[in-house]
Design a protein around this ligand. Sequence first.
Ligand SMILES: NC(=O)c1ccc[n+]([C@@H]2O[C@H](COP(=O)([O-])OP(=O)(O)OC[C@H]3O[C@@H](n4cnc5c(N)ncnc54)[C@H](O)[C@@H]3O)[C@@H](O)[C@H]2O)c1
Length: 359
Amino acid sequence: MTSGRRARVGVVGTGWWATRVHLPSLASYERAELVAIADADPERARAVGERFGVEMVFTDHAEMLRERLDCVLIATPPVAHFAPARDSLLAGADVMIEKPMVVDSAQGRELVALAASTGRRLHVGYAHLHSPHTAQLTALLADGAIGQLRLVTSLYANPSGALYAPLDPDRAPDASDAMFGPRFETYGLRKLGGGQAHGQMTHSLSLLLAVTGLLPREISAYTWGPGIEVDMVDAAAITTHQGPIATLASAGTVPLGAPSFIQLTAFGTDGYAVLDSAAGSLDVIGADGARLDIAALDPSVSFPGHLPARHLVDCFLDDRVPVADGSLGLATTVLIESLLESARRSAPVGVPDLGRSTR
Ligand SMILES: NC(=O)c1ccc[n+]([C@@H]2O[C@H](COP(=O)([O-])OP(=O)(O)OC[C@H]3O[C@@H](n4cnc5c(N)ncnc54)[C@H](O)[C@@H]3O)[C@@H](O)[C@H]2O)c1
């Protein structure tokens, strides 16, 4: 740590995830000063301000930005990420946007360009990328621990399907650890960017791109959402500019109350690696069949939901580079647009330039 200075932080969108994870994380972090919040719902904004002891409470993010903030965290529904992110960057703040960064790649390109031109940091809230196992696997693959990469499979499964139809109060997800429960409006409407691919597969895709550095070239995908307007299960095969092939899958069908899981398996010329965040395990088998000795992690460490908000603060105070930056958020959005296009056309689709270089 460099000094006793605290970063002045504002939060836009104070619903389920912000009151469950980000606000408690920031309020209990000695390097952050939670200065202001904004939520379009005045009653929510007032109640959240009271709970977290925040005096400056707004319904419009533009008013909040007059408060000279160092960092802004955005946890509105996905279609409402862009405007507060753009305005916060223009106001000179570092910004963290919850996943998916945006659901329109044109907006993503604008934000990445704006972060570059303003010299501000743009983060995306991919908590899995803050797991020590993710960093360890990334380093092992780069060091050739399993030889040259040939095939990668990445899977994320969770109970999001429960949010893809208007919520039956008796079957709503448990919100006892947040001030409000998650809402159908944020997850289940196509026109608002809902569905499994944009909202959830983005986790497995960002993990795949960040850990392997692969650049997708073409994608062939299928999606399915029986009886609902959005996709609930997705599967895709991807070719890459570097050669290895990847598969990507996501299901919103995990029963409520059961743990979500994210698994990435990489096969190389000299071994394979299996990352399983629900189990908290990372297994790496080398050429001679020997298993590396890697300690298992507690699930709270393998899915450190509270860390992205603190990382936003740390990067600002310590002049560090984000673990998950805007170019990764843009790359996932571009690929998910291609995935949905491929599924719509029942045909392979070329992936546009992802706007990021290989490692
Ligand atoms: N990283 C993760 O694992 C994770 C988990 C859950 C949710 N999320 C993401 O967090 C974000 C929020 O999800 P949620 O479930 O908390 O949603 P939510 O619907 O519970 O909360 C969103 C809040 O934003 C407010 N809002 C809407 N438009 C606004 C605007 N223009 N300005 C200010 N406030 C506005 C709403 O009133 C609401 O209170 C989404 O992007 C979601 O994908 C990420």
